[in-house]
Design a binder for this molecule. Sequence first.
Ligand code: DOR
Ligand code: ZN
Length: 371
Amino acid sequence: MTPEGYKLELPKWYDLHAHFRQGNMMSTLIADHKTMGCAGILAMPNTAPPVAKIEESKDLPYWSLETYHAMLEEAGAGDMETVIVPLYLTKDTTPAMIEAGKKKGLLKAVKYYPPHGTTGADFGRPLSEYIENGVFAAMQEAGVVLCMHGEEHNLASEGYFGRETNAEEYFYMERAPRVLEAYPNLKVVCEHLTTKVGVEFVKQAGVNVTATITPQHLLYTIGDLLQGLKYYLYCLPLLKFEEDRQALRGAVTAVGNAKFFAGTDSAPHTEKMTRCGCAAGCYTGGIAPQLYAQGFEAAGMDLSTDEGLASFEQFLCRVGPAFYDLRIPKECFKLEKTPHILRSRSDGIVQLPLGLSQEEETTLPWSVCST
Ligand code: DOR
Ligand code: ZN
């Protein structure tokens, strides 16, 4: 374990998968990201309406990349090092849109959502459509990254989450290989991986295939969600089993890791429970590096050692920017192994560990230093 009081100085980092929504809430969410040393963000397009066209002038019922970038800037992201907004893949996405977005310099990535597979995924279409309709071909040609929510849609319940397999495993065994067979040079991020099968898929693929891992998937297993039905731990893809968590921990702490990087999937929901279900998403804004540090320690790393620090910095600050071709910021932030008391807030947003007990406050083992 890292000794109490130990301080890590790290370059500011990029959260390469997070949700900032729309409306009044945006400025709070962006401010939370800044307090945790974030220099830049990749802001997901599953807004209402989704961000699914390049320019505002085009007559489609979506927000454009231009518009959403302007909204993020106005909400406080204007002075960030980088803001990437992936284009939501819908029935209306065409190869010409990819080319136009690239030409305008606005399009770095697109997002695949399994149809109806998660929060805000109702505009998604099956992956095979984009293999065939020229969209992935245009992306490969233009060097545009495919951010993939890797879960099979429309499975019967026993295949969705079963003893033998689940929606993510099915996706990485049956669907994702088809994409790479057709487009072996497409740049792909396998997002928020949760299974050993997913980790193995990424490891055996080429350097153009990488993955993000969330704090919650490093820290918890499905048992943590089920024991007491802690619905603040309900996110998609679902938490999995110990063997899977071990694979994730092994991947992020491996010496020479060049594929697995930080992308929190921080996703606020002010109303988690509905009449007949639960909104998927865990909010880790403001506390993600602290939780990642906790996850590395749970994986057996002492962050005061050269090896521990190197693997943590590689995961949090270096692998993602290298893949997206982003500058490593010169500015630093500090994490300290000092207890931080996290208190519940009045804006209805629940930072993940606070949703796990009845208490109004909880203690995190790590803090971000304000100086
Ligand atoms: O848990 C999740 N929440 N997974 C997603 O894919 C979407 C996200 C959200 O937008 O709330
Ligand atoms: Zn997400």
